[in-house]
Design a protein around this ligand. Sequence first.
Ligand SMILES: Cc1cc2nc3c(=O)[nH]c(=O)nc-3n(C[C@H](O)[C@H](O)[C@H](O)COP(=O)(O)O)c2cc1C
Length: 199
Amino acid sequence: MTAAFDLHADGAPPADPLDLARSWLPADDDPDRPQVVLSTVGEDGCPDARTVLLSGVDGSGFAFHTSRGSRKVAQLAAVPRASMTVLWPGFTRQLVLRGPVVAEEAGPLTRAWSARSDHLRRLAWLNTDELAAQDLAARRLGWAADVPVDAGSTPAPSWVGFRLRPVELTFWAGGADTASRRLRYVRQDDGWRWQHLAG
Ligand SMILES: Cc1cc2nc3c(=O)[nH]c(=O)nc-3n(C[C@H](O)[C@H](O)[C@H](O)COP(=O)(O)O)c2cc1C
Protein backbone atom coordinates (compact mmCIF):
# COMPACT_ATOMS: atom_id res chain seq x y z
CA MET A 1 0.00 0.00 0.00
CA THR A 2 1.24 3.52 -0.83
CA ALA A 3 1.55 5.95 2.07
CA ALA A 4 -0.35 9.16 1.33
CA PHE A 5 2.88 11.15 1.03
CA ASP A 6 4.91 8.60 -0.98
CA LEU A 7 5.32 8.37 -4.75
CA HIS A 8 4.27 4.74 -5.11
CA ALA A 9 4.32 1.46 -3.20
CA ASP A 10 7.75 -0.04 -2.44
CA GLY A 11 9.37 -1.77 -5.42
CA ALA A 12 9.47 -0.62 -9.02
CA PRO A 13 7.00 2.13 -10.01
CA PRO A 14 4.32 1.44 -12.64
CA ALA A 15 5.81 1.04 -16.13
CA ASP A 16 3.22 3.49 -17.54
CA PRO A 17 3.23 6.91 -15.82
CA LEU A 18 -0.42 7.45 -16.80
CA ASP A 19 -1.35 4.59 -14.46
CA LEU A 20 0.43 6.38 -11.62
CA ALA A 21 -1.12 9.75 -12.58
CA ARG A 22 -4.60 8.22 -12.59
CA SER A 23 -4.01 6.68 -9.15
CA TRP A 24 -3.08 10.13 -7.81
CA LEU A 25 -5.85 12.19 -9.40
CA PRO A 26 -9.63 12.20 -8.91
CA ALA A 27 -11.74 10.26 -11.43
CA ASP A 28 -12.85 12.30 -14.45
CA ASP A 29 -16.48 12.31 -13.24
CA ASP A 30 -15.54 13.68 -9.79
CA PRO A 31 -16.85 17.28 -9.68
CA ASP A 32 -13.91 18.26 -7.44
CA ARG A 33 -11.49 19.13 -10.25
CA PRO A 34 -7.78 19.75 -9.62
CA GLN A 35 -6.66 23.32 -10.27
CA VAL A 36 -3.46 23.23 -12.30
CA VAL A 37 -0.99 25.86 -13.45
CA LEU A 38 -0.73 25.80 -17.23
CA SER A 39 2.48 27.36 -18.55
CA THR A 40 2.87 28.38 -22.17
CA VAL A 41 5.45 30.29 -24.20
CA GLY A 42 4.49 33.92 -24.73
CA GLU A 43 4.78 35.49 -28.16
CA ASP A 44 7.73 37.51 -26.79
CA GLY A 45 9.49 34.29 -25.72
CA CYS A 46 8.78 34.92 -22.03
CA PRO A 47 6.96 32.12 -20.14
CA ASP A 48 3.31 32.78 -19.27
CA ALA A 49 1.14 30.92 -16.76
CA ARG A 50 -2.36 30.77 -15.32
CA THR A 51 -4.61 28.40 -13.36
CA VAL A 52 -7.08 26.16 -15.20
CA LEU A 53 -9.17 23.17 -14.19
CA LEU A 54 -7.89 19.74 -15.18
CA SER A 55 -10.91 18.36 -17.05
CA GLY A 56 -9.71 14.76 -17.29
CA VAL A 57 -6.90 12.34 -18.05
CA ASP A 58 -6.76 9.49 -20.54
CA GLY A 59 -4.46 7.91 -23.10
CA SER A 60 -4.80 10.97 -25.32
CA GLY A 61 -3.49 13.32 -22.65
CA PHE A 62 -4.37 15.78 -19.90
CA ALA A 63 -7.40 17.85 -20.92
CA PHE A 64 -8.21 21.48 -20.18
CA HIS A 65 -10.83 23.83 -21.59
CA THR A 66 -10.78 27.51 -22.22
CA SER A 67 -11.98 30.44 -24.31
CA ARG A 68 -11.06 30.46 -28.01
CA GLY A 69 -10.14 34.15 -27.83
CA SER A 70 -7.83 33.83 -24.83
CA ARG A 71 -4.14 34.65 -24.81
CA LYS A 72 -3.16 31.05 -24.07
CA VAL A 73 -4.92 29.87 -27.26
CA ALA A 74 -2.97 32.38 -29.38
CA GLN A 75 0.24 31.31 -27.67
CA LEU A 76 -0.49 27.62 -28.28
CA ALA A 77 -1.20 28.34 -31.95
CA ALA A 78 2.31 29.81 -32.24
CA VAL A 79 4.11 27.29 -29.98
CA PRO A 80 1.98 24.14 -29.42
CA ARG A 81 3.85 23.00 -26.32
CA ALA A 82 3.12 23.55 -22.64
CA SER A 83 3.87 22.55 -19.10
CA MET A 84 1.29 21.76 -16.44
CA THR A 85 1.88 21.80 -12.68
CA VAL A 86 -0.65 19.83 -10.69
CA LEU A 87 -0.58 20.29 -6.91
CA TRP A 88 -2.94 17.61 -5.66
CA PRO A 89 -3.74 17.15 -2.87
CA GLY A 90 -2.15 20.42 -1.80
CA PHE A 91 1.27 20.32 -0.06
CA THR A 92 1.77 16.55 -0.38
CA ARG A 93 1.98 15.74 -4.07
CA GLN A 94 3.00 17.57 -7.22
CA LEU A 95 3.01 16.38 -10.81
CA VAL A 96 4.77 18.41 -13.53
CA LEU A 97 4.07 17.57 -17.17
CA ARG A 98 5.82 18.81 -20.32
CA GLY A 99 4.87 18.12 -23.90
CA PRO A 100 3.01 19.02 -27.07
CA VAL A 101 -0.58 20.26 -26.95
CA VAL A 102 -3.27 19.29 -29.47
CA ALA A 103 -6.82 20.57 -29.97
CA GLU A 104 -9.58 18.33 -28.62
CA GLU A 105 -12.02 16.69 -31.03
CA ALA A 106 -15.78 17.37 -31.05
CA GLY A 107 -16.88 14.20 -29.19
CA PRO A 108 -14.74 14.62 -26.07
CA LEU A 109 -15.42 18.38 -26.16
CA THR A 110 -19.19 17.85 -25.94
CA ARG A 111 -18.80 15.27 -23.15
CA ALA A 112 -16.60 17.63 -21.15
CA TRP A 113 -19.11 20.45 -21.66
CA SER A 114 -21.96 18.31 -20.33
CA ALA A 115 -19.90 17.49 -17.22
CA ARG A 116 -19.31 21.18 -16.42
CA SER A 117 -21.42 22.87 -13.74
CA ASP A 118 -24.18 25.30 -14.77
CA HIS A 119 -22.05 28.12 -13.39
CA LEU A 120 -19.05 27.24 -15.59
CA ARG A 121 -21.23 26.79 -18.68
CA ARG A 122 -22.81 30.20 -18.05
CA LEU A 123 -19.32 31.66 -17.72
CA ALA A 124 -18.37 30.28 -21.13
CA TRP A 125 -21.40 31.96 -22.72
CA LEU A 126 -21.30 35.27 -20.92
CA ASN A 127 -17.75 36.05 -19.82
CA THR A 128 -16.47 38.77 -22.16
CA ASP A 129 -14.03 41.68 -21.87
CA GLU A 130 -17.01 44.01 -22.49
CA LEU A 131 -18.83 42.62 -19.43
CA ALA A 132 -15.61 42.74 -17.37
CA ALA A 133 -15.25 46.48 -18.05
CA GLN A 134 -18.67 47.35 -16.56
CA ASP A 135 -19.51 48.29 -12.98
CA LEU A 136 -20.86 45.70 -10.53
CA ALA A 137 -24.57 46.45 -11.04
CA ALA A 138 -24.23 46.16 -14.82
CA ARG A 139 -22.20 42.96 -14.49
CA ARG A 140 -24.91 41.45 -12.29
CA LEU A 141 -27.51 42.34 -14.91
CA GLY A 142 -25.33 40.87 -17.64
CA TRP A 143 -24.90 37.67 -15.64
CA ALA A 144 -28.68 37.27 -15.46
CA ALA A 145 -28.97 37.31 -19.28
CA ASP A 146 -30.52 34.33 -21.01
CA VAL A 147 -28.24 31.70 -22.49
CA PRO A 148 -29.45 29.31 -25.24
CA VAL A 149 -31.98 26.67 -24.11
CA ASP A 150 -29.71 23.83 -25.22
CA ALA A 151 -26.81 25.29 -23.26
CA GLY A 152 -26.52 22.06 -21.29
CA SER A 153 -25.61 19.93 -24.30
CA THR A 154 -24.12 22.33 -26.86
CA PRO A 155 -20.75 23.87 -26.07
CA ALA A 156 -20.62 27.64 -26.31
CA PRO A 157 -18.95 28.66 -29.61
CA SER A 158 -16.09 30.24 -27.69
CA TRP A 159 -15.33 27.07 -25.74
CA VAL A 160 -12.37 24.96 -26.87
CA GLY A 161 -10.47 22.04 -25.41
CA PHE A 162 -6.86 20.93 -25.59
CA ARG A 163 -4.85 17.92 -24.52
CA LEU A 164 -1.33 18.06 -23.27
CA ARG A 165 0.41 14.83 -24.34
CA PRO A 166 3.30 14.53 -21.93
CA VAL A 167 6.74 13.40 -23.05
CA GLU A 168 8.03 13.97 -19.53
CA LEU A 169 6.21 13.56 -16.18
CA THR A 170 7.80 14.35 -12.83
CA PHE A 171 5.99 13.15 -9.72
CA TRP A 172 6.95 14.71 -6.38
CA ALA A 173 5.87 13.52 -2.95
CA GLY A 174 6.79 14.90 0.45
CA GLY A 175 5.98 14.02 4.05
CA ALA A 176 7.17 15.02 7.53
CA ASP A 177 9.17 11.90 8.46
CA THR A 178 11.50 11.49 5.46
CA ALA A 179 12.96 13.53 2.61
CA SER A 180 10.74 14.45 -0.30
CA ARG A 181 11.64 12.75 -3.56
CA ARG A 182 10.71 12.75 -7.23
CA LEU A 183 10.14 10.19 -9.94
CA ARG A 184 10.76 11.36 -13.50
CA TYR A 185 9.51 9.50 -16.55
CA VAL A 186 10.85 10.44 -19.99
CA ARG A 187 9.32 9.01 -23.14
CA GLN A 188 11.75 7.10 -25.39
CA ASP A 189 11.16 5.39 -28.74
CA ASP A 190 10.72 2.04 -27.00
CA GLY A 191 8.66 3.14 -23.97
CA TRP A 192 9.19 5.11 -20.77
CA ARG A 193 12.44 5.48 -18.81
CA TRP A 194 12.14 6.41 -15.13
CA GLN A 195 14.52 7.65 -12.45
CA HIS A 196 14.18 8.62 -8.78
CA LEU A 197 15.52 12.08 -7.93
CA ALA A 198 15.96 14.16 -4.80
CA GLY A 199 12.86 16.25 -4.12
C1 LIG B 1 -9.24 28.39 -9.64
C2 LIG B 1 -9.27 28.89 -11.07
C3 LIG B 1 -9.72 28.04 -12.08
C4 LIG B 1 -9.73 28.48 -13.40
N1 LIG B 1 -10.12 27.61 -14.39
C5 LIG B 1 -10.07 28.01 -15.68
C6 LIG B 1 -10.35 27.07 -16.74
O1 LIG B 1 -10.61 25.87 -16.52
N2 LIG B 1 -10.28 27.54 -18.01
C7 LIG B 1 -9.95 28.84 -18.30
O2 LIG B 1 -9.92 29.19 -19.48
N3 LIG B 1 -9.68 29.73 -17.33
C8 LIG B 1 -9.71 29.35 -16.03
N4 LIG B 1 -9.40 30.23 -15.04
C9 LIG B 1 -9.01 31.62 -15.43
C10 LIG B 1 -7.54 31.60 -15.92
O3 LIG B 1 -6.66 31.51 -14.79
C11 LIG B 1 -7.17 32.83 -16.75
O4 LIG B 1 -7.39 34.02 -16.04
C12 LIG B 1 -7.95 32.90 -18.08
O5 LIG B 1 -8.09 31.61 -18.65
C13 LIG B 1 -7.24 33.82 -19.06
O6 LIG B 1 -5.92 33.35 -19.26
P1 LIG B 1 -5.00 33.78 -20.50
O7 LIG B 1 -5.29 35.23 -20.77
O8 LIG B 1 -3.59 33.58 -20.03
O9 LIG B 1 -5.35 32.93 -21.66
C14 LIG B 1 -9.34 29.81 -13.72
C15 LIG B 1 -8.89 30.65 -12.70
C16 LIG B 1 -8.85 30.19 -11.40
C17 LIG B 1 -8.31 31.12 -10.33
